[in-house]
Design a protein around this ligand. Structure first.
Ligand SMILES: [Zn+2]
Length: 92
């Protein structure tokens, strides 16, 4: 079945916030409402769950080996191209 427009928009919205969600960046925190909405979407969207997991793995790897080269460049590229696809290459 074709993905609904509503879900596509929510995927787009989620993709732009996954990084901030995982980083918990104190300079640009998500609101409690945004976190709730993001988590609700992850619960029903396999694709966004997958990209979130990839981000989480990368984030953990990078924090375990500070200053080291990115452990798996292909994973980074995959996540990046996925996000670019969802956001049309635009930056938030
Ligand atoms: Zn999604």
């Amino acid at each position: 079945m074709k993905q609904s427009l509503r879900q596509m928009i929510t995927c787009h919205w989620t993709a732009k916030r996954i990084q901030r969600y995982l980083d918990a960046d104190p300079s640009a925190p998500l609101t409690a409402e945004e976190v709730a909405r993001l988590e609700a979407h992850l619960a029903e969207c396999e694709r966004c769950t997958r990209v979130t997991e990839e981000h989480r793995v990368l984030h953990r790897a990078l924090s375990l080996w500070p200053g080291a080269a990115v452990p798996d460049q292909r994973s980074v590229e995959r996540v990046r191209s996925f996000l670019d696809e969802l956001t049309d290459g635009s930056r938030s």
